[in-house]
Design a protein around this ligand. Sequence first.
Ligand code: S3P
Length: 187
Amino acid sequence: MSESRKNIVLIGFMGTGKSTVGKTLSKKMGRTLVDIDQRIEEGQKRRIADIFEKDGETVFRDLEKRAIREAVLGSGLVITTGGGAVMDPENLSVLKERGIVILLEAQPDTIYKRVKDSRHRPLLHLPAGQAGSNDVMGEIRRLLAQRQPQYDRADFKFATDGKSAAQVSDEILAKLSEEEEFGKDWF
Ligand code: S3P
């Protein structure tokens, strides 16, 4: 297999299943998984919520950009990104240059159900008293609309509502194997 095998990059909003599908897909393909948020947390030795709280989003975005630049130096990886990572056009460009970018999608109410109890999503769980704290669904809709133009630049899109990670992974694999460009040595 060549050293220049493309990476497979999962993008999409919070709660669309990037991390769980990334795990299943990388296992099914025998590829190494690189989770950008996890890389940032390991490098910083603290949680993303803590980075947002103590240093703010700008510092987080800078760390995210660096982690992405580092990750794309690899080849043949499955790379999972945080929901806001592709809002920086340079991030999306380097990911596309070195990989096939796959968007995972879900309806706002599915996203809400998946994220409502999570404690590690600072953008949707602002401390009480700040804008957005009482209207998670409104914030999901607002952010989704703002981000859609960048998400739409993905090479392929998959809906994840009502599906297991294994089902979504199989759909992705079927699509990829159809892609002549990448041929059989792709796997
Ligand atoms: C973010 C999504 C999070 C994480 C950070 C910011 C976003 O990742 O990167 O909290 O801007 O949408 P997930 O999409 O894995 O929740």
